[in-house]
Design a protein. Sequence first.
Length: 233
Amino acid sequence: MSKMTWSARRVTYALIIFVLLGLLPILLQKGLANAYYFKSRFYVDQWQSGNIPTSLQYSNALLAADYAVKIDDQNPHYLLTLVKVMEWGAFSQLVTPNNEVFNQLYRDAINQRPTWPNAYSDYAYNLAFIQHDLAAAWPYLQQALHYGPYTPEVLHQILAIGFAHWSSLTATQKQLVFSTAKIAAMANWTMRNDLKMLALQYQLTPTICTYFKYLPVDVNQNNTTWIEKDMCR
């Protein structure tokens, strides 16, 4: 009986080892893709913090991001990181924008994770500032707001796009930007400062402050103080 039990255990162990060996190539590939992703993400984070991309940095980041997508093209993080690298190349005038590739990468990422608000807002930013197509960008902003109404990245993109294209917005679109500005003003210091800096950048501080002037009186006192003493002083 004990011999039979031992034999059964040996068969079980052998099966486990066989399965693990079969999974090993997949696990190695996933690990390699993740390593390339983090390498490219490192560069993107550096650029977003204010560093200007060099040609060598861009080439290294693009190669790493592209490798990650080639290994696993079903991962939305990899797709969005690749498009972010390409966007920085375009913003820095290191490469000519490829709108067809931008559109494909963003749509693939959205298809992989349709409820992810950042994908929608980032795509809207690309459409508005790189492809110069505000009409195409606006529905994606609305989708972003639907899935992430208080997500900092979504609020930033709405304010940036709205302020930059203020004179081209309809009354309804301006109201959406005003509402987003109110949410930002009632949020944390980071979002408040983002709102303040964007309004200054696009010379819309008087416009936003006029809107704030007529907000309902039940607005939190701390928020009112910040609006009056900092944003609109």
